[in-house]
Design a protein. Sequence first.
Length: 509
Amino acid sequence: MSLSGSVEDLPLLEILQVVAFCQKTGHLTVRAPAGEAAIVFERGRVVSGYVWDVPGLPHDRPPEGPGREILVRQRLASLLERLVRLREGEFAFNLTDGVPAALGGRDLAGETLPCGINPEELMLDLARQLDEDRRTASATLEASFAAPGDDEIILEELPPEEPVAPASPSEPTVLLLDDEPEIRRLVGDRLVASGFGVVTAESPAAARREMDRLAAAGVPFLLVADLAVPSDSGASFHGGLDVAKAAASLSSPPPVLLMAETFDDKLRARARRLGVSLLAFKPGLSKLDPLQYEADLRAFGEKLARDLLPRLGTRRRAAPATPVPVRAESAGEGARTELLQAALEEMQHNPDPDLVAFLVLRAARAFFPRVLLLLAKDDRLRGLSGFGPVDSGDSLDLLAREITVPLDRPSAFSEAVATGRSWTGPLPADGPLRGLLDRIGPMGATTAAVLPLRTSGETIAVLYGDAPEGGELPPLDPLVDFVEQAGRALDDAFLSRRLPARTIHEVRL
């Protein structure tokens, strides 16, 4: 049995399945852009391996025994998770008569499991994790471009009637009030992972007790309260406002963020009078799909941790970190190259999903006079954001939210979503692409491009770009490469969150 090829054509997860099913002995070597790695099999079980950036275990630390075997098993499990997420590279599987003690210049004798790991035990979990990361990436991308009226994360800042001192950044404690255990767990876990101390409460009475305790201990905190928690008397479902009122009476009132699925003008006015600083619309419509609801809640927790709570703590709206995008018609090849390089460095330094999404749009603006970013969801594309001219004179950024493109008909969109390959060409006379053009207005455009954004092996969004008034599109290879690297940055971001503290990156001996 001999097997070799490209990771793009045959994902490593499928190779693991083949080797495990056939119960073969041999080794799989991988050459990725970052370096070389290998997995050693004995009768289909993974017994040893290495990856380019993790040194081998010293022979004397830890000593032989159950502790060392557990450590080797942990390293191999983390190695497999990293390798199945590779998006490019070459692989080769070679049959051998026995298990090699050394491979690729690495001495593996001291870190070979006697019984090995059955990869089939990990495959379902790895596949589930990839699916979960795709859903989370999709939810995060959608949250990054949320607009008023969506059932997603929407921010509104209410000016305080009197200035309130900001919370101390040295004590990032959050009191989270919500009567849904799932929200307390998922959102709370995301905040803890981001370095916040989290205290939870399921009722207004419990929240008041926690506020009194924190205040008595002199612990600065931020209050995040669900509007629709039932009041203690049961007379209303605006218990969050009751807690905000109680917080305002403390000697050092905390900054307050009120979250709900909908707000009206009366509630906004009352929230302002009670000193509420921020309103955030939390997920709601996806409750009928438990897996998607979990992904949406994780994205909501991420948005709280990275954007809303830091903003709440300072009581000021931060200016956007990203500079004004370069306009395509004024950007030459040198300017585009410089912009892509700067965006790539920014993305590598901070692979935050929100930042990645905005960097993709910023890069696209240097290539297209008109761009739409569309999310792949429920067998269709749904508009998230855009820029450029529209026939009606409306803002394309707002019009984008009303646009849907079916994926059940052959088109450049369905092809890009299914294959992950970009498309550039003349605009067709009919079909979904023409339907999109009719919606935003042709305005003389003759050619267009569709670029897929992929994560965990599937397309989660596409960029559509064209040139109104019949302008020529510049060479798009640099942008295609940048969008591919943006997808890898999203993969790396979710992988870094998932791997436990004791990973193959940092083994404590």
